[in-house]
Each structure stands twice: as structure tokens, then as C-alpha cells.
Design a protein around this ligand. Structure first.
Ligand code: SAM
Ligand code: SF4
Length: 440
């Protein structure tokens, strides 16, 4: 039997890319590839890129440059670029970096096996189409091997919202939802492999409207179908848009026991003037009212969000409105970014905020968020939570898992195994995690 070929995948960016990398590795697994953790012994290197952060493309070019020596030593080594930078840059990647053999966009990676064969025949392979066919249908069903207790499952892709700062609608294309039966089938396959918690993914996951047995289904209806999957204990979803937070989804937070009390609901800013210029189509007030309704359905829910500071024309007063909103919501987690221009997006052409000023705002926002985060984490001490154990801790006999609120929790000497769910009493709150004792 011939030696398996080795595949090294480096994943940048969001959870959707983590999921895509898994599926790409599985697709190439069918061509005899096994994954390796080191690029040195790889037969193929695949960079699964993200275009969201500043200078994303430049970072990819510099990473590629580092493989020059390796490629000179191993001329058979194939190098590929996947993901949103591949989509945005296309052929330019091969022109600027001739060592690249393959460029594949996020909607075409089901074609990787043919593309890989083409590179083995000494040709270059480029595919950044938005094909008609459903890539998920073309991909083989998921392998049977045992895996960890948590998994991502993409249910929706793309975005039609066109926020003025964002590249996603251009790199991931229009919003598309996967049919419900395929998602349920994939969830069952994951559960058979040991998964107990699934996070449903989509750039706008709560805009989900996939075909079900009686017409299009909402995300809440899909969640209720997943609730019936035996052995699946926990359901999460990310990322949501405030405008798509439908009544049935809010209600599910109060009634579906498998749906975890954690919600990532980005608002981006607290000033209505800025929200309008961002093309967010919600106001600070409508967002706050929404949170009130969510908390009425599930009072203990932990909120999470995304923020951009220094968006073009943001004044100190606008920024204060963001701080006010943060003070009102009190996020358990939040991701905050300094605005940076994305060529081709509407905001890129507008007058920019002074960079030093934007840095200062970011620091102030992060200090406020960190204070709330701390309060919420520390407030868990003395409470009972449920923990899904994911891996051994750093110390002997220690296990680490996540609470329903997504806090990392470690326990020692409990005999808990990976994949167990236990009730845990929280006894202390550390820098980034909680410590607890299993009570049953
Ligand atoms: N669809 C999600 C939403 O609407 O919130 C997530 C989109 S994006 C992958 C994740 C986050 O990156 C955004 O919520 C936003 O805060 C941030 N982001 C996107 N474009 C940005 C830009 N040009 N500058 C700074 N932050 C940006
Ligand atoms: Fe980007 Fe999210 Fe806005 Fe869509 S809704 S354009 S993904 S920030």
C-alpha cells in the first residue's frame, strides 16, 4: 500500500472557516490525504483565508513567501489558497506568487479533488465561481471516525445585508440556506461520531430559510427539529443579525431546553446616525427593545456582540452613545474592532476618523466590556451550571469544559470523561475561566 499523502491546512478567521477546513480535509481525504500538523512534511499546504481583518491579503502573501524554501526543496509540494482572500484576489494570487498551484473560493471547494488532480498533472487550478450546484450535496457524507463532543455545522451562507464596511456579501455571495433534511442528516452523522453539542453557523444564521417538508423553515423550526435528535444535548447558533431575530426564535430561547442561554447579536454601534451610515437598518433603541424581549424569554441569557469604533464620521458623541448602549446591555463577551477600510465597500470612500483617536476609543470600549465580562464571570461563583467536558486540563486529573453560558470551567478529581455533561458548582473565578466541583 502506498504511503498516504499529507495535507497541512492553516485556518484563519471565523468558525465558518473552521467548518470549511474540516470539509476540505474530508474531501481530500477521499484522494488519499491525511492531515498533518506540520507544513514541513506536507504534500499539500492549504491556507484557508479570511478577508475581514486589515491587510488580510498582504498577510497571506507574506505567509506564502515563507514557503519558498520548502517548495524549492520539495518541487512536488502543492500549495493552495482557499477562503475569502482566494475569492477576492482570484488569479492575482498566482500572478503575484507563482509558487501557488491552486486557488479555490468558499463556494467551490467541493471541486477540490479534481483541482488537486490537475495540479498533480503539473497544471494550475483556479476556481472562484459561485456555482449553481449545491457544494454540500457534492461533498461526500461525513466520515464515521469518532470525534470531539462539539462541532460546527454550516446551515446558511452568504449575506444580502451589505453593511457599508463589510466584504462578506462580495466574498461569500448571496444568502443561501441549506435544506433542513440535509442538516438533520449531518447532525445525526455528527452525533453518531460522539458529538453532543452543535453550533449552527451562518453569516446571518437567523435569516435561515431552508426548505423543509412543508415549505421554508425558520431557524427556530430547524432548532426544534434538531431538538428531536437523540444524543444531541446542546444547540447553539452564530452569528445573528438583530433584524432577523424573529418571535419564534426568541420564544425558543425560553422553551427549548437544548438551546443554550447564550446569544451573539452584533450591534456594531450605539449611535443612530452611525448605524444608518453603516446601513444596519436598526436603531440603538430597537436593538435595546429586542434584548429586553430576549431577556424576558430567557432571563439568564448571556449576551455577546460585535462593535466597530472609528467608523467614518464617528464623533466623540457618537462613540459615547456606543458606551451608553454597552452599559445598558452588559455583555458577557464582545468583540470590538477599529474600523479599517475594505476596498470596494461604500464606507471606504468616506472621510476617515483619526487613527490615534480611534485607538483611544477602542481602548475605552474594551475597558468597559472587560469590566462587564468580569462581573458576569465572577457572578457565576456559588451558582450551579451544567458543563460539557471537552478536554483534559493542564493538571493531573483535571478536565475542562464549557458551561451553558460558554464560560470555560475546570474541575479536578471528578473522574469526568470527555463528552460527559455534569452539574457543577462554581467555586472560584480566575483570569479566563471558572473552577468548580461536580455535584452529580
Ligand atoms: N454577519 C455578522 C454580523 O452581521 O455581525 C458578522 C460579520 S463579520 C465576519 C464579523 C465582524 O467583523 C463584524 O460584526 C464587524 O464587527 C467586524 N468587521 C467587519 N468589517 C469590518 C471592517 N471593515 N472594519 C472593522 N471591523 C469589521
Ligand atoms: Fe457583513 Fe454581517 Fe453586515 Fe452581512 S450583516 S454585511 S456579514 S456585517
Amino acid at each position: 500500500m502506498s504511503e498516504p499523502k499529507k495535507l497541512y491546512i492553516k485556518t484563519y478567521g471565523c468558525q465558518m472557516n473552521v467548518y470549511d477546513s474540516e470539509r476540505m480535509a474530508e474531501a481530500l481525504g477521499g484522494e488519499g490525504y491525511v492531515e498533518t500538523k506540520s507544513h514541513d512534511d506536507a504534500d499539500m499546504i492549504l491556507l484557508n483565508t479570511c478577508h475581514i481583518r486589515e491587510k488580510a491579503a498582504e498577510k497571506v502573501y507574506s505567509e506564502l513567501g515563507r514557503f519558498k524554501g520548502l517548495k524549492a526543496e520539495k518541487p512536488d509540494l502543492k500549495i493552495g489558497v482557499a477562503g475569502c482572500v482566494a475569492q477576492a484576489e482570484g488569479e492575482e494570487i498566482m500572478r503575484r506568487q507563482p509558487l501557488v498551484d491552486l486557488v479555490v473560493g468558499p463556494q467551490s471547494y467541493h471541486r477540490l479533488p479534481e483541482m488537486e488532480a490537475k495540479t498533480r498533472a503539473g497544471e494550475k487550478a483556479l476556481d472562484t465561481d459561485f456555482p449553481e450546484e449545491d457544494k454540500f450535496e457534492k461533498l461526500k457524507s461525513r466520515p464515521k471516525a469518532k470525534r470531539g463532543p462539539t462541532a460546527f455545522l454550516t446551515v446558511q451562507e452568504g449575506c444580502d445585508k451589505f453593511c457599508a464596511f463589510c466584504v462578506v456579501p462580495y466574498t461569500r455571495g448571496a444568502e443561501v440556506s441549506r435544506p433542513a433534511d440535509r442538516i438533520i442528516r449531518e447532525a445525526n452523522e455528527l452525533v453518531e461520531r460522539g458529538v453532543r453539542e452543535i453550533t449552527l453557523l451562518g453569516q446571518n444564521v437567523n435569516a435561515y430559510h431552508g426548505v423543509g417538508p412543508n415549505g421554508d423553515m425558520t431557524l427556530a423550526q430547524l432548532i426544534w427539529e434538531l431538538d428531536k435528535v437523540d444524543g444531541l444535548e446542546r444547540i447553539r447558533f452564530t452569528t445573528s443579525h438583530p433584524n432577523d431575530m424573529m418571535d419564534d426564535l426568541i420564544e425558543a430561547h425560553g422553551t427549548c431546553s437544548k438551546l443554550m442561554p447564550y446569544l451573539h447579536l452584533p450591534v456594531q454601534a450605539g449611535s443612530d446616525k452611525i448605524l444608518k451610515r453603516m446601513n444596519r437598518s436598526h436603531t440603538a433603541e430597537s436593538y435595546l427593545q429586542l434584548i429586553e424581549r430576549i431577556r424576558a424569554a430567557r432571563p439568564d441569557i448571556v449576551m455577546s456582540g460585535d462593535f466597530i469604533v472609528g467608523f467614518p464620521e464617528e464623533t466623540e458623541e457618537d462613540f459615547q452613545a456606543t458606551l451608553d448602549l454597552v452599559e445598558q446591555v452588559k455583555y458577557g463577551y464582545a468583540y470590538s474592532f477599529k474600523y479599517s477600510t475594505r476596498p470596494g465597500t461604500p464606507a471606504a470612500e468616506r472621510p476617515q476618523v483619526d487613527s490615534v483617536e480611534a485607538d483611544d476609543r477602542l481602548q475605552r470600549l474594551q475597558a468597559t466590556i472587560t469590566r462587564h465580562q468580569r462581573e458576569i464571570q465572577d457572578g457565576m461563583v456559588g451558582r450551579e451550571v451544567s458543563v460539557l467536558f471537552e478536554k483534559p486540563g493542564r493538571f493531573d486529573d483535571q478536565m475542562v469544559g464549557k458551561s451553558e453560558y460558554l464560560h470555560a470551567v475546570h474541575v479536578t478529581g471528578s473522574g469526568a470523561q470527555i463528552g460527559d455533561i455534569a452539574r457543577v458548582k462554581i467555586v472560584s473565578s480566575g483570569a479566563n475561566s471558572l473552577a468548580g466541583e461536580v455535584i452529580r
